[in-house]
Design a protein around this ligand. Structure first.
Ligand SMILES: [Zn+2]
Ligand SMILES: [Zn+2]
Length: 263
């Protein structure tokens, strides 16, 4: 059965990814208007009404700004950390089915195994996700200040890994952001730099023999470019002899990227 992943938008301008595992279709986050989600899916003949669920990573606006609009238009199951109680209360009022989980719990959703992991980020509760469907493993980690060893281990053997490459460290330091914001981004509860992303990949790849598809995500518009992110990560991978193990792409900001698929 078909597995497809479509980056609909990624970055501080709004985050939303579409996943399909066989008959199960779901989104991660809803940080872009419903019209953008609708048109991105329509381009691949995927009706909005065919979505079964939305998985929430955390409650920053670039991830949930349009969640309520989306659910009003098309009610579907919502999976989220039990600590996001303000969202839970709203979902209860609206009588929308939701599944509050503890990060670290292993869950099932139809034919898909779901493993939400806590990520270090400055929100109430931030999670990354691993979805396992048959022999396909899809991992999704954005909005994290550092990579935890548990996360690196969990991501080993991914078929597709979506991972944050938020900023170039020098560009951030010399860039126009106010000092407090630079500090926030650099902190262990901020965002992953291109260098940190490359180093994480080296570790994730050190035990696996298989080739991995890697999609760089949540790129900053001010402190990064797709070219910088790709070349920094490539340089680190080359240095460690891991370049051949990775097919590298990136998720564009504010617009859909290419559909990733397995037959
Ligand atoms: Zn974000
Ligand atoms: Zn965030």
């Amino acid at each position: 059965m078909e597995v497809r992943v479509l980056p609909i938008s990624s970055g501080s301008c709004g985050n939303c990814f579409f996943f399909q595992c066989g008959d199960t279709r779901f989104l991660i986050d809803a940080g872009v208007p419903v019209s953008s989600i609708h048109s991105a899916l329509k381009a691949h003949q995927i009706p909005l009404q065919s979505l079964n669920a939305v998985f929430v990573t955390h409650d920053h606006n670039d991830h949930i700004a349009y969640l309520k609009d989306l659910l009003k238009m098309h009610p579907m199951a919502v999976w989220l950390s039990s600590r996001l109680s303000h969202l839970g209360e709203w979902l209860e009022e609206e009588e929308i089915y939701y599944f509050p989980f503890q990060p670290g719990q292993k869950l099932t959703f139809g034919d898909v195994w779901v493993y939400p992991l806590s990520l270090p980020h400055d929100a109430i509760s931030t999670v990354g996700y691993i979805f396992q469907y048959r022999d396909v493993k899809l991992s999704y980690f954005t909005d994290l200040g550092v990579c935890l060893p548990s996360m690196l281990r969990a991501a080993e053997g991914s078929t597709l890994l979506v991972i944050e490459a938020n900023h170039d460290e020098e560009k951030l330091v010399s860039g126009p952001y106010p000092e407090y914001l630079k500090k926030r981004i650099q902190s262990s509860r901020g965002h992953l730099s291109n260098r940190q992303c490359g180093e994480a990949l080296v570790q994730i790849l050190s035990n696996g023999r298989e080739k991995m598809d890697v999609m760089l995500a949540h790129l900053s518009a001010v402190n990064n470019t797709p070219e910088m992110a790709l070349s920094s990560v490539e340089t680190i991978l080359k240095k460690e002899g891991k370049r051949e193990k990775v097919r590298l792409t990136f998720a564009p900001r504010g617009k859909p990227g290419n559909l990733w698929r397995l037959p």
